[in-house]
Every structure is written in structure tokens, then in C-alpha cells.
Ligand binder design. Structure first.
Ligand code: SF4
Length: 226
């Protein structure tokens, strides 16, 4: 809570929360609503999320009318992407798909802000172990604030239960991490939190939490003259 308070004091209107509406997202929206009456939240709407996720967003919007929620969409619809770079790109090249549908839309959004908030937790994966409360985000050249970084999954669920908050029903069906429907499977009890994501690929992150080169080498776009 102190980290969030500091973040809003420090960045005011210049901070936005990128929410995926998993369990952590619900906790953060509830905490943020107690701190700021005009907080901005963005959802990266890939057009490929589960129906349960879209339903949850509508419930949360009604529950927190002061939160300014924006859905940002990729430049291409799912159909346009299929026509330009191939059908079901997530099956052949999920990194490119995530770039088009998540990374670029977030980059576009963050150009208007100095800092962003993320609900990631250290416990979720090895790649998140070095994340701290306040991070220099080399990828987007912003400050990234991670207020839940030290929370456990049990902490998240306890907060939701104690505060009677809505959450995605898929969490009760073996989905601790919920992303796009084509790339998210349930996991066995005790398995890695994110092991149901991009099953069959050596991919563990969509790309928005990885430092590195932001410019995707999209040769197919150049071929088509776009
Ligand atoms: Fe595409 Fe899957 Fe990434 Fe969603 S999670 S943007 S469907 S590759």
C-alpha cells in the first residue's frame, strides 16, 4: 500500500496501471481505488481473451466507477493479422503475435506516461525474481512499479476473500495465470504458476516484462509495404 501511495504522490496523472484482470489485477484495482479517485487503468485487449475475462471486466467497471479504464487494441484485428502475417500466428510464432497484440499497444499507451504499475509477483517465475518494487524499465524507458512483487498466491487469494471481491472463475478451474484463450491451459496442482502459458514453446513471458529491443523485426510487414 505504501508503494502505491508513493507512486501516485510521485507521478500523479502520469502513471497508469496495466491490468490483465487476473487475481492480482483485482487486488490492485481495489487497493488503487482506496488511494486515487481518478486512477487510470489500461487493459491490453488482444481480442483473444476468455469470455470470463471480458465478463469480469464489466463487473469490475460497475464496482469501481471512478477507475478510468481504457481498453487498448492492436493495430490489426485478429482477422487482419491473419490476412497479413498468417492465420493463428500464436501457433507458429507467439513472440510475433504477442508483439503485435500486447507489446506494441502497451508501448503506444505508455508514450503518454512517466510510469506504469504492474501486478507481477516474484513467486510467479524465475524471470521475475529480480524485479523490485520500483524498477527502471529499460524496454519502455519508463518507471515500472510492482506493488505486489513480494505477495504470495495465498496472499492474493486471502485479500480477495476477505474483501469479497469478484475474480475470474477460471482461477477455480486450474488457471492461476490467465492470458489469451489460445495460449492458456490449466496447470496441475503444484506446477509452476505460468506453466499453462504457451505450452509447447520455450516462451514464458508475453514480452512486456522483458527488457530488450522494442523494435520487432517484422520482415513480413516490409514485404507487404506496410
Ligand atoms: Fe497472441 Fe497468445 Fe500472445 Fe495472445 S498470448 S497475443 S494469442 S501469442
Amino acid at each position: 500500500m505504501d508503494v502505491l501511495k508513493w507512486a501516485f504522490q510521485q507521478y500523479g496523472e502520469q502513471i497508469i496501471y496495466a491490468c490483465s484482470f487476473g487475481a492480482e489485477g483485482i487486488v490492485l484495482i481495489d487497493l488503487i481505488s482506496k488511494i486515487s479517485t481518478k486512477a487510470k487503468v489500461v487493459f491490453l485487449d488482444t481480442g483473444l481473451h476468455f469470455p470470463e475475462t471480458y465478463e469480469l471486466i464489466e463487473r469490475v467497471k460497475n464496482l469501481y466507477p471512478n477507475i478510468q479504464l481504457t481498453k487498448v487494441t492492436p493495430k490489426w484485428s485478429v482477422q487482419e493479422q491473419a490476412e497479413r502475417v498468417g492465420d493463428k500466428l500464436w501457433k507458429t510464432d507467439p513472440n510475433r503475435c504477442c508483439y503485435f497484440r500486447k507489446v506494441e499497444p502497451l508501448q503506444r499507451t505508455l508514450t503518454k506516461y512517466e510510469a506504469w504499475i504492474s501486478g507481477i509477483r516474484k513467486e510467479q517465475s524465475l524471470s521475475r525474481q529480480k524485479t523490485e518494487y520500483i524498477n527502471k524499465d529499460e524496454k519502455f524507458q519508463k518507471i515500472k512499479i510492482c506493488p505486489l512483487i513480494h505477495w504470495t498466491w495465498e496472499d492474493v487469494l486471502r485479500y480477495i476473500q476477505l474483501n469479497h471481491l469478484p475474480y475470474n472463475p477460471l482461477h477455480d478451474q486450474g488457471f492461476p495465470s490467465i492470458g489469451c484463450a489460445p495460449c492458456t491451459l490449466p496447470v496441475e496442482s503444484g506446477a509452476d504458476f505460468r506453466s499453462g502459458r504457451w505450452k509447447g514453446f520455450a516462451k514464458t513471458e508475453c514480452g512486456i516484462h522483458q527488457n530488450g529491443n522494442l523494435v520487432f523485426n517484422d520482415s513480413s510487414q516490409r514485404k507487404k509495404g506496410n
